[in-house]
Structure formats: C-alpha cells, structure tokens
Design a protein around this ligand. Sequence first.
Ligand SMILES: NC(=O)c1ccc[n+]([C@@H]2O[C@H](COP(=O)([O-])OP(=O)(O)OC[C@H]3O[C@@H](n4cnc5c(N)ncnc54)[C@H](OP(=O)(O)O)[C@@H]3O)[C@@H](O)[C@H]2O)c1
Length: 287
Amino acid sequence: MITGAGGQVGRFLAGEAARQGRAVSALTHRQWDITDPAAAERFIAEGDLVVNCAAIANVDTAEADPETAYAVNTGGPETVAQACARVGARLIHLSTDYVFDGQQRHPYEVGDHAAPLGVYGRTKLAGELAVLAAMPDAHIVRTSWVYTGGAGNDVVAGLRRAAAADRTVDAVDDQTGSPTYVKDLVDALLEIGEGHISEPVLHVVNDGACTRYEQARAVFEELGADPQRVRPVSAARSPRRAPRPSYSALATAMSVRAGVSPLRPWRAALAEALVQPVDSGQLPSTP
Ligand SMILES: NC(=O)c1ccc[n+]([C@@H]2O[C@H](COP(=O)([O-])OP(=O)(O)OC[C@H]3O[C@@H](n4cnc5c(N)ncnc54)[C@H](OP(=O)(O)O)[C@@H]3O)[C@@H](O)[C@H]2O)c1
C-alpha cells in the first residue's frame, strides 16, 4: 500500500513492486490524502505493508507554507501510523537527511543529534517522532538527494537536460550530501519490507558523499559533456527561501549491521542512472 504514489519515490516503488509480482495499491494524493483519518481507515487493512511516500518534499515549498508542511509531514504520518497500529498493518515511513543541521563534518549516524534548520526538516523530524510514538515497531527510513536521472524534475534529470542543451550551470560547492539513486532506494525499501529488520530508524543512501558541484561535474563527465561548463558557486551566492545544511551525508554502518544490504557507491549508481534511466511508467492499477 503506497501513499504519495504520484511522486518520485512512490511511483518508482509502485512500478518495481508490481514488476516483482507483488499485490500493490499505489494511491496518489488525489486518491488518498494522508491527512484524512477516514481515508486511512478506509484504505489500510490488517496485514498490509504501508510505505508512506507522501510528503511536502520541496524544501522551499515547505518553508513558504509551514502550516501545510506540518499537516502533511507531521500530522499525515501520525494519522497513517495510528491507523496501521489500530488494524495491525506494518509501516515504512520515509524521512530525510535534513533533520540534521550540518555542523558535523563526518557522516551523520542514526543516533546523532537531530537539529533541523528549516520548516521541512522540523516537520519531518516531528513526523518521525509522531510515527514512532503511535507505532514503535514502524520503520523510519532516512534518505537523501534522491534522483531518477530520467525525465523528471530531480537535480540529475535537470543536469542531463543542461548537458544536452550545451548550457553552462552553476552548482553549489559548499553543500555536501549523499546522492541516492531511486532504484537503489526502492530495492532497499522492498528488502526492509520483508520484515527481518528490527531497528526502527534506518539510513538508506548510496555510499559516499560529494558536493552539489562534484555531483554536477560527475553528471557531465558521465554524459561526455565538458565538465568545465559546471561552475562552482557558494550557497550564499545563490540564495533560496529555505536554509539547507552545508553537510548532511548519512552514515549507513548501523543500518547495514541491522540487516540492510549496503548500497553501491554514489558514482557507480549515477553512471547506471545516466545510461539506463529508470522509467516507472504507469502506476499499477489498484487490485
Ligand atoms: N527527493 C529527495 O531528494 C528526498 C530526500 C530525502 C527524503 N525524501 C523523502 O522521500 C519521500 C518521497 O519524496 P519524493 O522525492 O518522492 O517527493 P515528491 O516527488 O514530491 O512526492 C511526494 C508526493 O506526495 C504527495 N502528497 C503531498 N501531500 C499529500 C497528502 N496530503 N496526501 C497524500 N499525498 C500527498 C505529492 O502529491 P502532489 O504533488 O499531487 O501534492 C507527491 O506526489 C518524502 O518523505 C521525502 O521527504 C526525499
């Protein structure tokens, strides 16, 4: 049972789960508003595995409308978790590296102090806490800098278009994170969904870290475009509405020890994403 199935992660998860022959209900925002308790009661049944991919995931959108961000990123997951706990369903809830403030200079592990800088991170952290309060055996999966590499709205897809159009791009060289290929994230979600892992909070990202600038150069290099067309800029020179942590790489050692298969290095995943971009296609029809 997938919420937010019209989004980047939900759509690909639905496609992959269906390809594997699983019985998938993939519901978009229009079909299931996660802030609606009656909808949660209607859709969730005993024995279901619910993967909550619904969110206000755009950091600047969240900053501009904190009320909606709080309703969707905190109230929504709480409502879904309460319904799961009541009927006896399992829950995987997605969260983010932006729960951290970026003061650290080595990858953040699960237990490191979370201190979000903006509305998005605050509402997501509150969502994590609300889920675990309602349902201590739920899984929180924190991921980061997710991309498809295809025709979507994600950073890598945008860089692909810029490389093909002979454009020059500016990329921030003072924000470091863990780029994560949606295909690898989805494989991990399906593995966690098997139910063999008991740790509640998990980090799932491709291995390693880079700056936005390094990521952009890597995209150009992989596509055979001139990486000199990527120019480094500081975050201060390209102001955005919401603050972003300058460092939010995630460490995965604890999650791997808990049973999550390690994801490949970010550069190898990027290379595959650019050669064979994933196509999630149509959402599978709801059984
Ligand atoms: N993308 C990343 O880089 C990234 C990084 C770290 C963590 N995450 C987390 O990963 C999860 C999935 O993100 P994503 O990249 O797939 O984001 P996305 O592409 O923006 O998808 C989110 C989906 O949630 C839907 N939605 C919004 N409000 C809803 C509501 N009240 N009820 C039901 N659905 C609602 C949106 O539908 P509409 O557009 O129609 O409103 C959209 O289809 C989120 O929890 C996000 O915080 C993402």
